[in-house]
Design a binder for this molecule. Structure first.
Ligand code: CAA
Ligand code: NAD
Length: 302
């Protein structure tokens, strides 16, 4: 059966101000595209230093987008940069920002307790109408929402890395998510220029339920010594048409994030061999080799 997909549009009346909590790999991308598409956005993270890095990475990525949109027109590129950056602000105080926002998108570390603590801290502060959404890769939305009293105004908005390039957003509803919340989230995804699909609150939703076991099977193949990392990646790029091979993709996603995902699923579903832990992945994470973002994972990066 083909799932419902929503086509692109440009306006979103219900969401004018967006709070993105977590300015890392995903949060920076979500904030950038939301600002690019006309929303006022505040990024919240734990320190000024992290927020500065986040802003720098947004600027760099925006420059790539500007160059692509207006290769010949320097003035148009400069206007695009200025206008987009003027819609973006940074803040370390989540309570202050949550007081006045239409939508909160959480993109912090993949840990249930930390996500629950965050949402619980802003539930009584955020306005009644404000919708909360998580960008979690693997944690049930229902479990995160349980930290709040707004179960009807809580859903999942799952973006893909790199957000400025990947065209999909999965919109996840729990049994308690109201129809209005669901349609507002789907409209917001469309207003960001993305195609949206509706997903149930099952492990990994649609994409990660298929993609993560595939990536982990590639790590197991490497562990068994059946093929080198480079050959696995070359094989899947040239033999199956993937833009990146699975080992490189694991580095790109972040090995800590991959580990959180697999660990969480294995604890909940110990009998499912697709979710078995990968000792090689665990070893790299314990050595601080988190993939591209830390400079080394399965591969080394400059
Ligand atoms: N910001 C803005 N633009 C970017 C960008 C960024 N961060 N990264 C890439 N681009 C643009 C480039 O400017 C370039 O544009 P042009 O074609 O117009 O020049 C285009 O994207 C291609 O980039 P590159 O030439 O640098 O590199 P590439 O062709 O190798 O593509 C890639 C890079 C888009 C990342 C591609 O390799 C790819 O699609 N990889 C797979 C990504 C993927 O599977 N993501 C999903 C991960 S799973 C996930 O996200 C879910 C989860 O919960 C874990
Ligand atoms: P990341 O490590 O790059 O960034 C996380 C950011 O959250 C960091 O900047 C950190 O300082 C900040 N943070 C942590 N706790 C915080 C708190 N209490 N308040 C404010 N900020 C806090 O991680 P990421 O890869 O961007 O992943 C973020 C979320 O998105 C995770 O839930 C992950 O599963 C999900 N996700 C990741 C990918 C991916 O490819 N990496 C894709 C889709 C979804």
């Amino acid at each position: 059966m083909i799932r419902r997909a929503f086509s692109m549009s440009t306006t979103n009346q219900a969401v004018k101000h967006v709070t993105v909590i977590g300015g890392g790999l995903m949060g920076a991308g979500i904030a950038q595209v939301a600002a690019q598409t006309g929303h006022n956005v505040t990024v919240v993270d734990v320190s000024e230093d992290v927020l500065k890095k986040s802003k720098d990475s947004i600027k760099k990525s925006l420059e790539r987008v500007a160059k692509k949109q207006n290769p010949e027109d320097e003035k148009a590129r400069a206007n695009f940069m200025t206008e987009t950056m003027s819609r973006l602000s940074m803040n370390t105080n989540v309570e202050d920002v949550a007081k006045s926002t239409d939508l909160v998108i959480e993109a912090i570390v993949e840990n249930l307790d930390i996500k629950k603590k965050l949402f619980s801290s802003i539930d009584s502060i955020a306005p009644e109408h404000t919708i909360f959404a998580s960008n979690t890769s693997s944690i049930p939305i229902k479990e995160i929402a349980s930290a709040t009293k707004r179960l009807d105004r809580f859903g999942g908005l799952h973006f893909f890395n790199p957000v400025p390039v990947m065209k999909l957003v999965e919109v996840i509803r729990t049994p308690e998510t109201s129809d209005t919340t669901f349609s507002t989230l789907a409209e917001f995804g469309k207003a960001m220029g993305k195609t949206t699909v509706e997903a149930k609150d099952t492990p990994g939703f649609i994409v990660n339920r298929l993609l993560v076991p595939y990536m982990m099977e590639a790590v197991r193949m490497l562990e068994r010594g059946d093929a080198s990392a480079k050959d696995i990646d070359t094989a899947m790029k040239l033999g199956a048409g993937y833009p990146m091979g699975p080992i490189q993709l694991s580095d790109y996603v972040g090995l800590d994030t991959c580990q959180f995902i697999v660990k969480g699923w294995h604890e909940k579903h110990p009998d499912n061999p697709l979710f078995n832990p990968c000792p090689l992945l665990d070893k790299l994470v314990s050595e601080g080799k988190l993939g591209m973002k830390s400079g080394e994972g399965f591969y080394k990066y400059n």
